[in-house]
Design a protein around this ligand. Structure first.
Ligand code: UT7
Length: 325
């Protein structure tokens, strides 16, 4: 039976020019390049300039995705931006991105699911496209986490960086088989009982300040492998695919040890894993589209490839998406 699928037509990304290496960080806090590399796999991160906002990063990534998709901004009718670091408390960063791109139709809004934001945003856009309410969407993950870090807390400031990535989705009629192109399944989860393990200690409705990121890294780590593996397994069951049929595994880039643990548990070989965190650290909602972009530029993302994405973040929130490129 014919169905509407959200086909990924283009991908783009943007990283701010300024690079901060592990050695640069070792001059700020009691840490070392060796510790950061061994415990996380991170070598450097990009930091936005003063006056360079989340929306600017998102616009740059979206423009590249639109060019690669060969789609004019006037034909876009949905902009969803996943971010935990919006330019302003309101309006949504997505509406700034919408206007900067010259998109005038449809709707634009932000999604707040922290590091799982891109998977959430993809799931939301996919559902709107499948119902026929919108035809072409930009899904952006854009963050400037450098602005919510406590630069004296070595347990967190070494982990995160700024960046953005975007995909352009188009509703297309497909056969309704698991060989279809487009997003085949999404699965999102949350459990607010874990809020205190990863949060920001401020906000407009409480402290009236932005606050700083706080994390119990060891506990987050402990939950990550189990929760992410679970949601991936559910996604595979929904589509009838086995782990060894996945062509490319594009995880949220938080910690190499977490990714290795999940890949091992699912039996996904290293050569199928897209690993980019060495170059930009954890960019929260931007990390999956940044990794997709890298895979595209390395010619690993070719039409027909089965791509598995997953993430977990503050909340906790977590989720997975399976798509055929
Ligand atoms: O994207 C959102 C989800 N977030 C994550 O997935 C993050 C998950 N957690 C992690 O990635 C890891 O837990 C961390 C990288 C944050 C920490 O690694 P760990 O192996 O869990 O280290 P730990 O927190 O158990 O700390 C081990 C030691 C401690 O010292 P003591 O108490 O053993 O003396 C820390 O104080 O390492 C110390 N430490 C550091 N040392 C040098 C913590 N941060 C640093 C640092 N440099 N930057």
């Amino acid at each position: 039976m014919a169905v509407i699928r959200s086909v990924i037509r283009g991908v783009g990304a943007y990283l701010p020019k300024r690079v901060m290496t592990n050695d640069d960080l070792a001059r700020l806090v009691d840490t070392s390049d060796a510790w950061i590399r061994e415990r996380t796999g991170i070598e450097q991160r990009h930091i936005a300039e003063e006056g360079e906002y989340t929306s600017d990063l998102g616009v740059a990534a979206s423009r590249q995705a639109l060019v690669r998709a060969g789609i004019d901004p006037i034909d876009i009718d949905l902009v969803v931006c996943a971010t935990a670091t919006p330019d302003r408390t309101f309006p949504a960063t997505a509406v700034r991105i919408q206007s900067d791109l010259g998109v005038t139709k449809g709707a634009a809004f932000d999604v707040q699911a922290v590091c799982s934001g891109f998977v959430y945003a993809l799931a939301i856009a996919d559902n709107f496209l499948k119902t026929g309410q919108f035809k072409r969407a930009i899904v952006v993950g854009a963050e400037t986490f450098s602005r919510i870090l406590d630069w004296e807390d070595r347990g967190t400031c070494v982990l995160f960086g700024d960046g953005a990535g975007a995909v352009v989705l188009e509703a297309q009629t497909q056969l309704g088989s698991r060989e279809d192109r487009g997003i085949l399944a999404t699965r999102i989860r949350s459990d607010g009982r874990f809020e205190e393990l990863l949060y920001v200690d401020g906000g407009p409705g409480s402290t009236k300040t932005t606050g700083h990121l706080r994390m119990n890294g060891r506990e987050v780590f402990r939950h990550a492998v189990q929760k992410i593996s679970g949601v991936i397994e559910e996604t595979l069951v929904m589509t009838g695919y086995a782990p060894d049929e996945i062509d490319l595994y594009v995880p949220h880039q938080a910690n190499k040890r977490i990714l290795d643990g999940i890949a091992k548990r699912l039996g996904i070989p290293q050569e199928k894993v897209v690993l980019t965190l060495a170059k930009h650290g954890n960019t929260s909602a931007a990390s999956i589209p940044l990794a997709l972009n890298q895979a595209f530029e390395d010619h690993r993302l070719q039409e027909g490839r089965l791509v598995l994405m997953e993430a977990m973040g503050g909340g906790f929130t977590w989720g997975a998406a399976l798509a055929r490129w």
